[in-house]
Design a protein around this ligand. Structure first.
Ligand SMILES: *Cc1c(COP(=O)(O)O)cnc(C)c1O
Length: 646
């Protein structure tokens, strides 16, 4: 174990790597660090012997000539999550002797990819698991894919008449399509349309909840919520149906108090509040059959099991128990039937199943270049000062003073340069000396217990930035938009101690395209312990838990577009325990340009004409002209990200 020590000289082992990167804490049982220091995927945590080594996946992707960055989907993980939530509800409903059934739906806005939706519908079929849509395009997809007559189709969001008409088409097709009323005028339009078409709708009412939720979406509850009906509006809506002889159409009560709910208390309170409204509506004579508790089931992105915005202080079992027992308690007290339970969990079902693999393509170090600092007689005093400090730093007693002096002289040097007092070359030397001094100051403070406050940021200032071949705006938009923590880890090499601390930057021309919030050793850190970039092969990083929202909300910043996708199934008989079932090509340059109204074919013709003219004028040889023409066309049809294998 001699060489297996980290920067601080501690010994290193896989359990150390686990402590630093917290893979088991956020991995939901699907990911762990194997004994060989590679990340392993366990597609079905109940059979831990079937495991897929990320290194084998990367090797196969390279063999197939698929360019990085790639999105990897583990279909087994997606299926396991669907089974997981359904089986947990079954188990708790059984042991609570609860009289209703569980009929979950998957809200497709969380990840609308057809393959994802198909897999969820297929895995959920034995449980009559349904789908939820919140817009017309989503509804059109759901009508075509949710064909099980027993499964629910829940329609949320604001609706026009066409939307309602599509819902009634679903009723004509024999489906349990529930139109959830978000505002009173929608009910008027639905009642009118269903009378004209002679089709009985199924109506749900979304309640504005009084409970204050927590987390980033706390605005989804309270009287300023964007969606839902107040108590007075719920009563008015119920009476309106009654007055139109559509008393029996009211079947469902819905609430959704926000996504990624960090605190179980908000869920308990909301379940209680909704159960009371449900019971009252039953007392008023409406035969409601379902209570829909919405989404919000959280994911422990940071692995802290806390009420941090990127975490949650409960497990799936506890969540389900609170929903089932919470409803039962109120219903038994009020002497009303136990309603069937609907959830709209999206994040919890899809987050784990996909991740992004990117390559580190470069390092940006603060002291990346050094120039010769041999002193000259006519050097400026500032340069002389720094040179002296550098010479005798070993004899210094007071490193804080060294830091202060060096920093002050460097600032003065920048000013002096602007006033033409020192030359560019002198400024370069000062920079070189400054960072050499800072490295020594850092080495000193690593050995002592007390580090003065101003020096605590020294580690960050001296850390490198690793340049990664991806766009945060495409692949991790919540990390940029709402400071969501997404776990990022090296995929191999974790049997050795990390060699340096780094933050990450992407390849967009945007200073915001960076990640400098990580959970390291259970604490927030602005740098991630990393490995040197090997000379002979790329260094691969995995960004995990991107299956919910990140996969589909990305934008076209810098025209990078969608990533190549690799869909993986586990297969016990295979030596590597997996096979690639499908490859979905990411965006090509001509595709992203077309989206922005360019005409790539015409562009290729125009550039060819320009090259031909240079050939005609004798500035380019004909053979070279053909090469340039081919090269331009080849780039137009190529991948938008950096090519690293050419
Ligand atoms: C977004 C949304 C969901 C999904 O929420 P998750 O937190 O991802 O489970 C469910 N219901 C409604 C009404 C939503 O708007």
């Amino acid at each position: 174990m001699g060489q297996n020590k980290n920067q601080q000289g501690q010994t290193w082992s896989i359990s150390e790597a686990e402590r630093v990167y917290g893979v088991s804490s956020w991995g939901g049982g699907y990911f762990k660090i194997g004994d060989n220091g590679h990340i392993h995927v366990i597609p079905e945590p109940s059979t831990p012997d079937v495991k897929i080594d990320f290194k084998a996946v990367i090797d196969e992707i390279r063999q197939e000539g698929i360019e990085f960055p790639v999105v990897i989907r583990f279909h087994d993980v997606l299926r396991a999550q669907v089974v997981n939530i359904n089986e947990t509800f079954r188990k708790v409903i059984d042991s609570a002797n609860y009289q209703g059934v569980y009929r979950g739906v998957y809200p497709i806005k969380v990840n609308q990819m057809r393959e994802v939706v198909e897999e969820i519908v297929d895995a959920g079929a034995p449980y009559d698991f349904g789908l939820e849509a919140g817009s017309k395009p989503e509804l059109l997809a759901v009508l075509a894919y949710n064909t099980n007559p027993e499964a629910l189709t829940i329609l949320n969001g604001y609706k026009d008449e066409e939307f309602m008409r599509l819902a009634l088409l679903g009723r004509r097709l024999g489906r349990k399509v529930v139109v959830v009323i978000e505002k009173f005028s929608e009910l008027v339009s639905l009642v009118d349309l269903s009378k004209r078409l002679g089709i009985e709708p199924i109506v749900g009412l979304r309640a504005k909840m009084q409970v204050k939720s927590m987390g980033r979406w706390q605005g989804s509850s309270g009287s300023r919520a964007k969606f839902g009906l107040t108590i007075a509006e719920i009563i008015k809506a119920a009476r309106y149906l009654e007055s139109h002889d559509m008393h029996d159409a009211l079947k469902l009560l819905h609430f959704h108090i926000g996504s990624q709910l960090p605190d179980i208390r908000a869920i308990k309170d909301a379940v209680n509040e909704s159960a009371m409204i449900y019971a009252e509506l039953i007392h008023m004579g409406f035969a409601l059959e379902y209570v829909d508790v919405g989404g919000g089931l959280g994911i422990d992105y940071d692995g802290s099991k806390s009420t941090n915005d990127s975490s949650r202080n409960y497990t799936l079992d506890e969540y389900v128990a609170d929903v089932v027992y919470g409803l039962r308690e109120v219903c038994d007290l009020e002497n009303v039937p136990h309603p069937n339970i609907v959830t709209e969990s999206g994040r919890a079902i899809t987050a784990h199943h996909s991740c992004v693999i990117t390559e580190v393509v470069g390092e940006i170090a603060p002291d990346g270049a050094e120039i010769d600092t041999t002193p000259k007689d006519d050097d400026h005093t500032l340069l002389k000062n720094l040179y002296e400090l550098h010479q005798c730093i070993e004899q210094q007693q007071n490193y804080q003073e060294v830091y202060n002096d060096a920093t002050q002289w460097k600032e003065q040097a920048s000013e002096a340069f602007k006033l033409r007092v020192i030359s560019l070359e002198e400024l370069g030397k000062i920079e070189t000396l400054y960072w050499q001094i800072m490295r020594k100051v850092q080495a000193y403070y690593r050995l002592v217990d007390f580090v003065p406050a101003e020096l605590q940021s020294l580690d960050f200032s001296l850390s490198s930035q690793y340049l990664c071949n991806f766009s945060i705006f495409q692949s991790a938009v919540d990390s940029w938009a709402i400071d969501q923590i997404l776990p990022v880890v090296p995929l191999t090499g974790m049997d050795k101690p990390p060699t340096k601390d780094c933050s990450l930057v992407d390849i967009t021309c945007d200073s915001d395209g960076k990640i400098d919030k990580f959970i390291v050793d259970h604490e927030m850190s602005d740098v991630l312990p990393m490995y040197d970039i090997p000379k002979d092969e790329p260094l691969y990083l995995g960004m995990f838990l991107t299956g919910a929202y990140q996969d589909v909300m990305g934008d076209m910043h810098n025209l990078f577009g969608r990533l190549n996708e690799v869909h993986i199934f586990s297969y016990d008989d295979d030596p590597e325990d997996f096979y690639i079932e499908e490859v979905v090509k990411g965006s090509n340059v001509d595709k992203v340009l077309s989206v922005m109204q360019y005409h790539p074919d015409a562009m290729a013709r125009d550039v060819k004409k320009l090259i031909d003219r240079q050939v005609a004028e004798g500035n380019i040889k004909p053979r070279e002209g053909v090469k340039w023409t081919d090269f331009y066309e080849q780039c137009l049809s190529g991948y938008t990200y950096l090519s690293t294998n050419k």
